[in-house]
Design a protein around this ligand. Structure first.
Ligand code: SF4
Ligand code: SF4
Length: 82
């Protein structure tokens, strides 16, 4: 499942650099996660790095865009050309 950023976002930029897939960008008025790029960090790290970086807990699971672990692994492999 991809993650999404809620309106609690204070635009601090802390989540951008830790993201291994460049999925996060500033989209006035708050930051957004590009669904097609986010693997929930599957394949890269054990936990979502953006969630750990966010000081206000503004990053949550996007229940409307459910993806299984195997879907996320496929997305990771496509990104890495495997
Ligand atoms: Fe990037 Fe990982 Fe956060 Fe998805 S969960 S936006 S891949 S840091
Ligand atoms: Fe927004 Fe949290 Fe990212 Fe900061 S770390 S830009 S508050 S989502």
């Amino acid at each position: 499942m991809a993650l999404k950023i809620t309106k609690e976002c204070i635009c601090c930029d802390a989540c951008v650099n830790p993201c291994p897939t460049d999925a996060i960008s500033c989209d006035d008025p708050i930051y957004i996660i590009e669904f097609s790029k986010c693997t929930e960090c599957v394949g890269y790290f054990k936990t979502p790095q953006c969630v750990e970086a966010c000081p206000v807990d503004a990053i949550v699971k996007d229940e409307e865009n459910f993806e299984s672990k195997s879907d996320l692994t496929k997305k990771f492999k496509l990104q890495r050309g495997k």
